[in-house]
Design a protein around this ligand. Structure first.
Ligand SMILES: Nc1ncnc2c1ncn2[C@@H]1O[C@H](COP(=O)(O)OP(=O)(O)OP(=O)(O)O)[C@@H](O)[C@H]1O
Ligand SMILES: [Mg+2]
Length: 463
């Protein structure tokens, strides 16, 4: 077990404090100050993305078991009329991928249906087969599954804090390489998976890593949690524009607020002749840099306050909302997801019921990035990903990711953000994050629409 000091030193490398070993918790987004001693420092250095790969490829040294599997795959496939050979072995933290090169006349469709036969031949619970560029990847679970820890993967997000707007801590790929996506480019993420497959842990991982590197001035959050379990610990966080809600009408009211903000931002973008939030923020940053150069740091600081924050709406368990108010909820979600990209509004939504009545085409079409954890059936996998296969995943954070930035499916192992990790990160944000982040021109919070049937009062948080 690492001590608090070791944990902090590992994340925030201020040379002076490393030597002196002072123990004050700091927040990363105050990065111009040393997080341990609070003094301005230039020695701070975050690790580079390529230096934090966790499990390097080890194809040359095969164990006896791996050699056995290589032989068994070749044999079994040719027995079943799909001849070919294993050409590479990629060892990862959770699964080992055997790269299979089929013969000229082998049909991929037939090969992809062999997972049950191969699982039987290799004496494992499940085998996942996916098509890659020119080859087939056959993933077999490792006998000793390694835990992907949250602390380890947090470094990957820190390394991308400057070149990505909203870096998401996705964990590692099946071959053990760090995987980070920019939510601003997705810009919405749909998460599906059966109960206990790791959706809420994934939401916590994504959110806590983002909160760690983005201040309330850079990121606003809205949270909807019909189960009132997973997102309620975030209550009181300075990034939240309103306390997490659990009622369907409160959720609709939150979506109303976001829609109004989206329309206000879109109008302002037209007036300011900017294409999207990224262009506008880049322009403002350039102007602030000019002012700083010309010796007017106060004016530059003032100009930097005009930067627009990104907004993320997080929904844990969409099915409860869709089933309660299907028409209004789908309409609003579709409207926001269609138009929100330019305005810097992103949605992360999870559901344990990935059926067609919960995920109509109108919603799915606006969520090009989709993440499928272990599914109960191949039909559910098809509903989320348009492909079969997620039913063969291992659970506990093992998932397939479909991203508009990458072709094909990525197999990802999500870091395990334990409740203790989450609380540690929230403590950091709560202790240092209470800054007055609301710009003067922010829209007022909206009253409830429609009037809730249960007569509950809308709790609006005033920052
Ligand atoms: N990445 C992970 N690594 C290791 N274990 C994990 C991981 N993700 C989840 N688990 C384990 O699975 C359990 C259930 O995870 P989680 O609560 O996220 O499931 P869920 O998909 O949200 O379920 P539900 O649909 O019932 O809310 C966790 O308590 C944890 O023990
Ligand atoms: Mg959950």
């Amino acid at each position: 077990m690492r001590t608090k000091q070791e944990w902090l030193e590992n994340l925030m490398m201020c040379e002076d404090c490393k030597v002196l070993g002072k123990g004050k918790i700091g927040c990363y987004w105050k990065k111009q100050h040393c997080p341990l001693c609070g003094k301005a420092t230039r020695k701070f250095k975050a690790p580079k993305a390529d230096k934090v790969l966790r499990f390097p490829r080890e194809a040359n040294t095969l164990t006896a078991r791996q050699k056995e599997i290589v032989a068994a795959i070749g044999e079994r496939c040719s027995d079943l009329d799909c001849p070919g050979k294993v050409v590479d072995v990629l060892v990862g933290p959770v699964v080992t991928e055997y790269i299979f090169e089929p013969d000229r006349f082998t049909r991929v469709k037939k090969l992809k249906a062999l997972n049950e036969d191969l699982a039987l031949a290799l004496q494992v619970d499940t085998v996942t087969i996916r098509r890659m560029a020119g080859k087939i990847g056959i993933s077999v679970p490792n006998p000793d599954r390694k835990m992907i820890t949250f602390e380890e993967c947090l470094k990957n997000v820190i390394a991308h804090r400057d070149d990505m707007e909203l870096p998401l801590n996705m964990g590692v790929t099946s071959t053990g390489e760090a995987y980070v996506e920019d939510l601003a480019t997705l810009p919405h993420l749909l998460i599906g998976g059966s109960t206990g497959s790791g959706k809420s842990v994934y939401l916590n991982t994504l959110l806590t890593s983002l909160l760690y590197i983005r201040s309330p001035k850079q990121l606003w959050l809205y949270m909807v949690d019909p189960k009132s379990v997973e997102l309620f610990p975030y209550k009181g966080l300075p990034h939240l524009r309103r306390d997490p809600v659990n009622d369907v009408y409160e959720a609709l009211s939150v979506m109303d607020t976001i829609e109004q903000e989206m329309r206000r931002r879109t109008n302002n973008l037209h007036i300011l002749k900017a294409k999207d939030i990224k262009e506008l923020n880049t322009r403002i940053k350039a102007e602030a840099a000019e002012l700083k150069k010309s010796g007017q740091p106060e004016l530059a600081k003032k100009r930097e306050e005009d930067l627009w924050p990104y907004i993320i709406l997080v929904i844990d368990e969409m099915a409860d909302l869709v089933l309660a108010e299907k028409k209004m909820f789908t309409q609003k979600l579709a409207c926001i997801s269609q138009m929100a990209r330019a305005a810097g509004i992103c949605i992360i939504s999870a559901t344990q019921r990935p059926s067609v009545d919960v995920l109509p085409g109108k919603i799915k079409v606006n969520f090009p990035a989709r993440c499928a954890f272990r599914m109960p059936s191949a039909t559910d996998s098809k509903t989320v990903l348009n492909y079969k296969g997620a039913e063969t995943l291992l659970g506990k954070g093992d998932c397939f990711l479909m991203s508009p930035n990458k072709s094909g499916l990525q197999r990802i192992h999500v870091p395990y953000c334990t409740p203790a990790d989450r609380d540690k990160m929230l403590k950091i944000s709560l202790e240092f994050g209470h800054v007055n982040s609301v710009p003067a021109d922010a829209p007022p919070e909206q009253p409830l629409t429609p009037t809730p049937a249960n007569g509950k009062q809308d709790k609006v948080r005033v920052n």
